[in-house]
Design a binder for this molecule. Structure first.
Ligand code: BES
Ligand code: MN
Ligand code: ZN
Length: 497
């Protein structure tokens, strides 16, 4: 498979050289135009190969036929779309990823027009998004590459679609989203020695190239305004904490912004309540929420979304040393509320408490969504299939669930409320930072809610979906870049214009 694709869009593609991809339903009837251009011999070949390989046109199955020497193409790649029910709700990004995984030649022609399948320009654009995401690899630290890891170069891909101009436009906008996902994946995959809070803030600052205003608060600035919960988490680290605020103003100047807040713990050792050693290296990914926010802001800005959006990320490292925060400490948050630290490993909520309050107070957003690899408990509840969704607003929940269905980045609503709020009452302070073993994801969300007033708000616990994800057609990456597509879609459907 290629590392990159050079996409072209044509309404009539001539079949010459390279790989030709066609789609078939369960009746195995090929895309129109194939036998016209290649002769009926190719359909005979297809039928015979299907018989011998027991290929039934099932969804996301494929077979590859090497073309006879006198035909003008190298290979015919036949991809199944399944039965009527599957064809009615195809995931075009997954399909694009599947096809990308099959390509080998330097040029490829993909005949997207298949009988009975509506490849709208939007669907075709999602297909290109899937191809790009599938080709992503993170190998910058491998100095010795095995044969199958060596860069394979670029493949020129011609997409045959009926509306070439419309598809080109849609694909350009989807390309901005793909780059956003790639940015998020890179940030999550980077090792924690390379990506400290300051370096992370610099990567956020790079968005200014795309027209995003970026502001970075250093520790002095944070101390001055009173972000003591966030600072407390970083105080055991040799590296200084940061908050980065990104602003994209693509909407009307008097329109209140939408806001996205990310947990950016660049490494979570647990602090004094140190984590067990096994798998601790995975805690380099504890900044996946912040990574998603950076990727999303990139996507919104480069596709020039007609929305005012704020991205705010709290960047800290949670480490144990002589200066580190202790269990028993009480910190005063930016909001003025106090939190008793019971466990220094419940640090993400402390970071978010200050950043949520800051964003709500300064920007008066019309809606606020935070993303955080917040609790191991969400993995117990939802595995790696769904992100946990906690919210004070039913309409926002509906919108997020729908965007999740549309993109495949699915969310499942979990409870918050007075029962869970009671579990974080403290003997000494306004609240404590853990609520005991039971309902761990809900008590964490209940703490966050104390830092949100009446603004529609949702919290996404992405500890299960953001890292160590199983391979899919659109991802072979440890860091999945989860959430960029979901939130871009949410904005596109409800907050633009
Ligand atoms: N970053 C972790 C949560 C996490 C766990 C993320 C697994 C990704 C994979 C978080 O800071 C944490 O340590 N949470 C504790 C909270 C507990 C101390 C109340 C947890 O889930 O165990
Ligand atoms: Mn922790
Ligand atoms: Zn953490």
């Amino acid at each position: 498979m290629a590392d990159t694709f050079k996409m072209e869009f044509q309404s009539t593609a001539s079949l010459e050289g390279g790989d030709v991809v066609i789609f078939v339903a369960e009746d195995l009837a090929p895309t129109p135009g194939v036998s016209e251009q290649l002769g009926s011999r190719i359909t005979d070949l297809l039928a015979r190969t299907a018989e011998l390989e027991r290929f039934k046109g099932k969804y996301l199955s494929g077979m590859t036929i090497v073309a006879p020497a006198d035909l003008p193409i190298d290979r015919l790649i036949v991809v199944g779309l399944g039965g009527e029910k599957e064809r009615a709700k195809l995931d075009f990004a997954q399909l694009g990823g599947f096809v990308a995984g099959k390509l080998g030649a330097k040029t490829a022609t993909v005949l997207l027009d298949c009988p009975g399948v509506p490849f709208s320009s939007d669907a075709a654009a999602d297909f290109t998004l899937g191809m790009r995401l599938r080709a992503y690899t993170f190998d910058r630290y491998k100095t010795k590459k095995k044969d199958d890891e060596k860069p394979a170069g670029q493949t020129r891909v011609v997409l045959a679609v009926s509306d070439a101009a419309g598809t080109k436009r849609a694909a350009k906008s989807r390309d901005a989203v793909a780059t956003g996902v790639v940015i998020a994946r890179d940030l999550v995959n980077e090792p924690p020695n390379v990506l400290g809070p300051e370096e992370f803030a610099l990567r956020a600052q790079a968005l200014s190239k795309n027209g995003v205003d970026v502001e970075v608060l250093d520790e002095k600035a944070m101390r001055k305004i009173g972000m003591r919960a966030l600072l407390g988490v970083g105080q055991g680290s040799a590296r200084n904490s940061r908050v980065a605020i990104m602003r994209w103003n693509g909407g009307k100047s008097d329109d209140a912004p939408v806001a996205f807040i990310g947990k950016g713990v660049v490494f979570d050792s647990g602090g004094i309540s140190i984590k067990p050693g096994g798998g601790m290296e995975d805690m380099k990914g504890d900044m996946a929420g912040a990574a998603c926010v950076v990727g999303l802001m990139h996507a919104l800005a480069t596709r020039k979304a007609k929305v005012n959006a704020i991205g705010a990320i709290g960047l800290v490292e949670n480490m144990p040393d002589g200066g580190a925060q202790r269990p028993g400490d009480i910190v005063t948050t930016l909001s003025g509320q106090t939190i008793e630290i019971i466990n220094t490993d419940a640090e993400g909520r402390l970071v978010l408490a200050d950043v949520l309050w800051y964003v709500q107070d300064r920007f008066k957003p019309k809606m606020m969504i935070d993303l955080a690899t917040l609790t191991g408990a969400i993995l117990v509840a939802l595995a790696q299939e769904y992100a946990g969704l906690f919210s004070n607003n039913d309409e926002l929940v509906e919108r997020l669930v729908a965007a999740g269905q549309a993109t495949g980045e699915r969310v499942w609503r979990m409870p918050i409320g007075p029962e869970f709020d009671k579990m974080i009452e403290s003997k000494f302070a306004d609240m404590k930072n853990t609520g005991g073993r039971h309902g761990g994801s809900s008590t964490a969300a209940a703490l966050l809610q104390r830092f949100v007033n009446d603004v529609p708000w949702a919290h996404l616990d992405i500890a299960g979906t953001a890292m160590g994800s199983p391979n899919t057609e659109t991802s072979r990456s440890w860091g999945s870049g989860w959430g960029v597509r979901l939130l871009d879609r949410l904005v596109r459907d409800h907050y633009e214009g």
